[in-house]
Design a protein around this ligand. Structure first.
Ligand SMILES: Nc1ncnc2c1ncn2[C@@H]1O[C@H](COP(=O)(O)OP(=O)(O)O)[C@@H](O)[C@H]1O
Ligand SMILES: [Mg+2]
Length: 244
């Protein structure tokens, strides 16, 4: 059965997009047919895969507005993307008056999702209608956090907002971890004791190759297969595949 995973955090820059890209690439390498959906108007995920969106291409905006039927572009073996574009900025407002506006994405995906083993949703850094649509469509909500000052406070706010719509954060993982930073080490310990089993064991270390790969339009496995980044996302993917 298809599993839909929303990767969300209201904070920007925590590694949502990097994680969608590289968890997705790891899943595809494991032979899982994986669809990535870029729900952020900034289209970082789309750009990271070097997908240029032409006027005639199907985007998540056109799908949500029912201008086009859901259709994905293939970017590698087993790996597909529904790209974003700047006009997705208009969607929040335009969709706000629709009937059951929180369920638009879930309904549109339903007949198409069976073609995939996993669908990963890259959320924008806010609790707008697009993020709510992602939560409603998702089977699981996965949250990347940095082991930084106020990380747990940010997590509590996110948790409260997600609970308010009747949902739960399923799992969390730590990103951009640098063991040389005392703060990172201390906060990691508080995160571990606060979240316990909700926290995936894999730490995504701070690794420059992860930041460089998107400029080449590549995932970490194609850009630098021997990097820490490749090692960590491979391990995280394995953990995910054992629970979901
Ligand atoms: N583990 C990491 N190590 C080093 N840089 C990272 C790592 N994860 C993400 N980055 C970089 O941090 C920035 C923000 O990451 P991004 O995935 O775009 O975050 P978000 O989608 O949450 O805004 C990007 O420049 C990205 O390349
Ligand atoms: Mg992003």
């Amino acid at each position: 059965m298809t599993k839909i995973i929303a990767i969300a955090n209201f904070k920007g820059g925590v590694g949502k997009t990097t994680s969608v890209l590289n968890i997705g690439a790891a899943m595809a390498r494991a032979g899982k047919r994986t669809l990535l959906i870029d729900l952020d108007p900034q289209a970082n995920l789309t750009n990271s895969l070097d997908v240029t969106v032409k006027d005639s291409d199907t985007t998540i905006y056109k799908i949500l507005r029912k201008i086009d039927k859901p259709r994905a572009l293939q970017v590698a073996d087993c790996l597909f993307i529904i790209p974003s574009s700047l006009e997705l900025n208009k969607a929040e407002l335009e969709l706000s008056s629709e009937f059951k506006r929180e369920e638009i994405l879930a309904k549109l995906l339903k007949p198409h999702q069976t073609a995939y083993d996993y669908v990963l949703l890259d959320c924008p850094p806010s609790l707008g209608l697009l993020t709510i649509n992602a939560f409603v469509a998702a089977d699981y909500i996965l949250v990347p956090i940095e082991a930084e000052y106020l990380a747990l406070k940010g997590y509590a706010i996110l948790n409260e907002a997600i609970s308010a719509v009747g949902l739960d954060i399923d799992r969390v993982f730590i990103t951009k971890y640098d063991s040389r930073k005392i703060l990172n080490r201390d906060v990691k310990e508080s995160i571990e004791s606060a979240l316990q089993d909700k926290l995936f064991k894999t730490l995504i270390r701070d690794n420059i190759a992860l930041a460089e790969a998107p400029a080449q339009g590549l995932d970490i496995f194609r850009y630098s297969p021997k990097s820490y980044g490749a090692e960590d996302y491979e391990a995280l993917c394995r953990e995910i595949l054992t629970v979901w």
